[in-house]
Design a protein around this ligand. Structure first.
Ligand code: GLC
Ligand code: CA
Length: 564
């Protein structure tokens, strides 16, 4: 496979609203990012993915865009953006922007026009349909809960919105609309952006005959992915996007592809097909969801204990399935999922050990790593007592609909919000132990996690054994050590497939071989290794382990060996 810069990218995801507030209005901003570039250099990352920074009424924190060429006033100005690009370039950090192709804000001028009347020139930029029997055209469910249709009184038609009703979906079968979107992407490419993360892209084509979905569970609306995800035309549009925007440029692309199978992932990422470089799939992070636990709520709000053997099977399916044919992404966290150390680690007794174990396990696999801001200091989920302290639009709808079923109490709904809500990943970055965690000097747009006095950047930097320095080591091993190629390009082989507690695998490339072995749980485990190991290049306990064929791994212990 031809070497590309993004094979060795380590991506740091910045959620701008929550990263750093430079002007004391309680909202993170572009100048806040500029202030913290030195911190990112110290960590060693070489690429940033910025969540959307475009003009937006902020129904969904910037994913509802009202002007694709403007900077959101809360975040600063175009001059601030240009300066950020310059400062990042000077520090050899590449910039990946979030491109939202699937929908706009309902306050976007196109939609304001489109909804005026059926003959409007912008009408077919969006998806409209007539009601059936006085109800919505279909029983399809929005990803944010409730129907994905909204009735519009002016023309007595419904418009389709996969996300909130303030986010109408665009009609990609219109070539005029597609060209508008390519021009927008080219506008940012010309500004010097190095990559695009393409939001919700698998959904840009829908079955416009709008069939009813099967609904065995009897909830009022149901997910019907097959009518609006990974349909064949999506690939035609991706290839057209490639020709119109990407061809001839060294721009990295990562498509958000929630429900993609391996077969679909290969279509998106095989270089010869000229679609994307890699995708973000959800399968590899959904082990603690179990829809059968509570049929009254959408699956994402349920939670079970993950089964490590199942996790191994799924991880290896992705490692093997794309190897040599496409490219993979590695992530535990993003702004849409609860924090991993709260899900699979132990934030009380083994906070450091478990956070380091999780990082070690994940980031030695094959693929491009994505680290969510705060992950590198072990930030955790939050449990606000009041619903009013939450900000995510999805939570409101969830709470209302869950209680309306009559099968979920207030306390149960709050417990689900504590465990599963997206706001867990979005609380302000914890910089130090001063009020508001050094994020801002005023009350922030969302409350700071009360554990900021112990979990923060300053404390991490002052402790040579911190989670931060463990991330720093992993990143250096991946990007600038003698092991960089084996970590980047090596073949992955799973060991001990049936062990319910230990996750172990090797990476092999040319003459080099690494062994990663971790105890995923907090009871000590004895492991018999199938071969001799040589030296240790990374570990999460202070005392050095002797090389031996039999190991006893302590709670959440993680070791990376060189194999003879
Ligand atoms: C993606 C984003 C998510 C957003 C949604 C709608 O899934 O990651 O945050 O709410 O798209 O744009
Ligand atoms: Ca601000």
């Amino acid at each position: 496979m031809e070497a590309k810069w993004w094979h060795k990218a380590v991506v740091y995801q910045i959620y701008p609203r929550s990263f750093k507030d430079s002007n004391q209005d309680g909202i993170g901003d572009l100048r806040g990012i500029i202030e913290k570039v030195d911190y990112l250099v110290k960590l060693g990352i070489n690429t940033i993915w910025l969540n959307p920074i475009f003009s937006s009424p902020n129904d969904d924190n910037g994913y509802d865009i009202s002007d694709f060429r403007g900077i959101m006033a809360d975040f600063g100005t175009m001059a601030d953006f240009d300066e950020l690009v310059m400062v990042l370039k000077k520090n050899n950090i590449r910039l990946v922007m979030d491109l939202v192709l699937n929908h706009t804000s309902d306050e976007h001028p196109w939609f304001l026009e489109a909804r005026k009347n059926k003959d409007n020139a912008y009408r077919d930029y969006y998806l409209w349909a007539q009601g059936r029997g006085g109800k919505e055209p279909t029983n399809w469910e929005s990803f944010f809960g409730g129907s994905l249709w909204e009735h519009d009184v002016r023309t007595d038609e419904y418009y389709l919105h996969l996300f909130s009703k303030k986010m109408p979906d665009l009609n990609w079968s219109s070539s005029k609309l597609r060209n508008e979107m390519y021009e927008i992407a080219n506008f940012w490419a010309e500004k010097g952006v190095d990559g695009f993360r393409i939001d919700a892209v698998v959904h840009i084509d829908k079955d416009s005959s709008y069939p009813q979905a099967d609904n065995p569970g009897g909830r009022p609306y149901v997910m019907a992915d097959y009518y609006y995800a990974n349909r064949p035309a999506v690939h035609d549009y991706c290839q057209e996007f490639y020709r119109e925007v990407l061809a001839g440029k060294e721009i990295m692309t990562v498509g958000e592809a929630a429900s993609a199978t391996i077969e679909e992932a290969l279509k998106y990422t095989a270089p010869e097909r000229e679609e994307f470089n890699m995708i973000i799939t959800f399968e590899a992070i959904s082990f603690d969801i179990d829809a059968s636990l509570n049929p009254a709520v959408p699956p994402k709000w349920t939670q079970k204990r993950p089964d490590l053997c199942e996790m191994k099977r799924v991880w290896m399916k992705w490692q093997d399935g794309l190897y040599g044919k496409g490219w993979n992404t590695l992530y535990w966290n993003n702004h849409d999922v609860p924090r991993v150390v709260s899900r699979y680690g132990n934030t009380e007794t083994y906070h450091k050990e478990s956070a380091k174990m999780l990082a070690t396990l994940l980031y030695f696999f094959w693929g491009t790593p994505y680290i969510l801001q705060g992950e590198e200091i072990g930030m955790t989920n939050v449990a606000f007592a009041e619903l009013a302290d939450y900000r995510d639009v999805e939570i409101e709808t969830f709470y209302r609909e869950a209680l309306a079923t009559g099968k979920v109490t207030h306390d149960q709904a709050m417990a689900m919000i504590h465990a599963r809500s997206r706001d867990n990943a979005r609380t302000p970055m914890q910089w130090d132990a001063t009020p508001q965690a050094g994020f801002s000097q005023v009350n922030p747009w969302m409350k700071v996690n009360p554990n900021y006095q112990t979990i923060n950047v300053a404390a991490n930097l002052a402790d040579a054994d911190s989670i931060f320095y463990h991330y720093q080591k992993i990143i250096a091993l991946r990007t600038k050590s003698v092991y960089s190629d084996v970590i980047t390009y090596g073949k992955t082989t799973l060991l001990l497939a049936d062990d319910e507690h230990i996750f172990a695998y090797t990476r092999e490339y040319g003459q080099q071989k690494l062994l990663v072995v971790v105890n995923f749980f907090e009871t000590p485990q004895v492991v018999d290794l199938p071969f001799d190991v040589q030296s240790i290049i990374l570990q999460n306990y202070a005392e050095v382990k002797q090389s031996t064929k039999q190991l006893t791994l302590r709670p959440y212990e993680a070791i990376v060996y060189v194999v003879q």
